[in-house]
Design a protein around this ligand. Structure first.
Ligand code: IPE
Ligand code: IPE
Ligand code: MG
Ligand code: MG
Length: 298
């Protein structure tokens, strides 16, 4: 199956399920629920859900069985985008081709919509079906997944990465600090998506660990590409403003390396991601996704 077709099949399933899992528009407070649905149902690529579903398959399970977990991970991602776009952080007006949540609903509702999406994610994940693996942890797969997602989003994960990203504006950073930022603000959630797919599917500790390594390396490739696209992309295609990292003196690969070297480093990371898949089954899609992370135009 070609990558684009498989990605669309996963995204269609995720969009339909998100529509059911998100609070209805007529429930009070309607302003909050409108904002949650606006940001979460906006046309994103749904890569993290796809990583979760494909990782379940690579660990010997089914993609459908982790659909709710995949939606929970997308909710966490959407929370992070809403807060990342706020005036206090990146101050962006456009996201997924639409006005950002705070532009459309105001800052108070945007902040709270992010908070509510983050909560809903864990509620949804806690109800996920799962297949226990008796050789694995004493904790059940759902509780283990909750631990993985909390750790990936916290101060040593996505939020910590966002903090160092903000603190590095206008500061000279080395490549180690850049890797610290990218592996946390972007890599941690992608690695968690892969690990959770494998854990809930009853995968072995080795499968979970290999898929985690894959997700982390893919996340680095993906974020280097995001840095490059912020310099080179067509704003209509990418659905967000470009040139903003340079304007805010962000710590990016393109601020440390030229475009050619940045592309090479992104390709290296994608190659490392593919190497981590060596011992796994059903990995064609994940392998193609590693290449897509680098060559994408949006
Ligand atoms: C954007 O992620 C934020 C980064 C970590 C670079 P995506 O490029 O996956 O955003 P959507 O979900 O497709 O909008
Ligand atoms: C986004 O990083 C990472 C998170 C939202 C956690 P960026 O700020 O570099 O991504 P874009 O360019 O706004 O999507
Ligand atoms: Mg940011
Ligand atoms: Mg941003």
């Amino acid at each position: 199956v070609p990558l684009e077709i498989q990605l669309k099949a996963y995204a269609d399933a995720v969009n339909a399920r998100l529509d059911q899992l998100l609070p209805p528009l007529d429930a009070t407070p309607t302003e909050l629920h409108e904002a949650m649905r606006y940001s979460c149902l906006a046309p994103g690529k749904r890569l993290r859900p796809a990583l979760c579903m494909a990782s379940a398959k690579a660990a010997g399970g089914s993609a459908e069985s982790v659909l709710d977990a995949a939606c929970a991970i997308e909710m966490v991602h959407c929370f992070s985008l809403i807060h990342d776009d706020l005036p206090a952080i990146d101050d962006d007006d456009l996201r997924r081709g639409l006005p950002t949540c705070h532009k459309r609903f105001g800052e108070a509702i945007a902040i709270l919509a992010g908070d509510a999406l983050f909560s809903l994610a864990f509620e949804v994940l806690s109800h996920s079906p799962s297949t226990p693996n008796p050789q694995s942890s004493v904790l059940g797969p759902v509780l283990r997944s909750v631990q993985v997602l909390t750790k990936a989003t916290g101060s040593d994960g996505l939020v910590g990465g966002e903090v160092v990203d903000v603190l590095s504006e206008g500061v000279a950073v080395d490549v180690e600090r850049l890797k610290f930022i990218h592996s946390r603000k972007t890599g941690a959630l992608m690695a968690a998506a892969c690990r959770i797919g494998a854990i809930l599917a009853g995968g072995t500790d080795e499968q979970v660990s290999n898929l985690g390594q894959f997700g982390l390396a893919l996340g680095l490739a993906f974020q280097i590409a995001d840095d490059i696209l912020n310099e080179t992309a067509d704003p209509i295609t990418i659905g967000k403003a470009v040139g903003t990292d340079r304007d805010r003196s962000k710590a990016t690969y393109t601020s440390l390396f030229d475009l050619k070297e940045s592309r090479r480093l992104a390709e290296d990371a994608a190659m490392a991601a593919k190497r981590a898949l060596a011992g796994l089954g059903d990995k064609a899609f994940l392998s193609q996704l590693a290449d897509f992370a680098v060559r994408r135009a949006r």
